[in-house]
Design a protein around this ligand. Structure first.
Ligand SMILES: NC(=O)CCC(=O)C(=O)O
Length: 283
């Protein structure tokens, strides 16, 4: 079995025009494919502005224009696309922040609805309430791809270590996290959290941010990252639009887990994590 996975993160600048956002994503996916990516990861809410009051206006069903676009792009370039996230409207009219994953045949292989909604209030700095317009997802999401298991989380989900630990206990070797931290919490916590999740669970972390857009109401932090199971940063973007590439070598994960066998050394007689059985989120 091939022990490597070549992946790219498209740190794209998003704006108000959905068609333009899809066009930009298409160009960046094509460029990543040209570099040999087997998996391409887009940022959180890659097709619309990240602005809670606008979510209902940009929401769309599955299947819909954005997921059709992702499936077609995956098929055209013969790679797996983790389609960042979009605002998904279900058949009852409820909306979610959802990530859809398509394999190289354009088949849906996973969907994660953001489980922890981003509701924060740091006076004078940033206030955001996803729960004013969004519903929370109810599942831990693990996706099979090329004999590997990866967990899907969306942005604020990464702050909840139990979610990542549950995924690791279920065999995930990679956390894929479409995200959009901001210029208040980003410099303080972005890299720290991504490295912590990697080190706690001895797995790869791939975190995809939008590029900074000075005219947006929400200033994304950027700095998309790939972290290895030792906590080393394999790649980091700046704040502007760019594509970063990394080759994940899963023999490194085996080595770290063998040399420092944390997952086996847990004291299950002292503590225990209960969680709902994960799935691929496809209903
Ligand atoms: N989109 C989000 O969930 C933002 C999360 C964030 O910025 C944080 O600090 O957490």
């Amino acid at each position: 079995m091939d022990k490597t996975l070549s992946l790219s993160i498209c740190q794209m600048k998003t704006g108000n025009d959905k068609d333009e956002n899809l066009k930009k994503a298409g160009e960046m996916i094509a460029a990543a494919a040209g570099e040999g990516a087997e998996m391409v990861v887009l940022p959180e809410v890659f097709n619309s502005p990240y602005q809670a009051e606008l979510f209902p206006r940009y929401a769309e069903p599955f299947p819909g224009p954005s997921t059709d676009f992702l499936a077609a792009a995956a098929c055209k370039h013969g790679l797996c696309i983790v389609g960042g996230s979009i605002i998904e409207r279900d058949s009852q009219g409820k909306i979610y922040n959802s990530s859809f994953v398509f394999d190289e045949r354009g088949e849906l292989i996973g969907r994660h609805r953001k489980a922890h909604l981003f509701d924060i209030d740091i006076p004078g700095r940033i206030s955001f309430r996803e729960s004013d317009t969004l519903n929370a997802g109810e599942n831990i999401t693990i996706v099979h791809y090329k004999s590997r298991l990866f967990a899907l989380m969306i942005c604020y989900d990464c702050r909840f270590p139990e979610l990542a630990r549950a995924a690791a206990l279920e065999g995930a070797e990679l956390l894929v996290i479409p995200a959009a931290f901001n210029t208040t919490t980003g410099p303080a916590h972005w890299k720290l959290l991504m490295r912590c999740r990697a080190v706690d669970n001895q797995l790869f972390v791939v975190a995809a941010s939008p590029a900074r857009n000075p005219s947006a109401s929400y200033q994304a932090w950027g700095h998309s990252l790939v972290v290895d199971p030792w906590g080393d940063i394999l790649q980091e973007a700046g704040s502007g639009e760019e594509i970063i590439h990394a080759r994940l070598d899963f023999s490194r994960l085996e080595q770290v887990r063998q040399e420092l066998p944390l997952l086996r050394q847990r004291r299950k007689d002292l503590y225990r994590l209960d969680y709902k059985a994960p799935g691929n989120g496809i209903v």
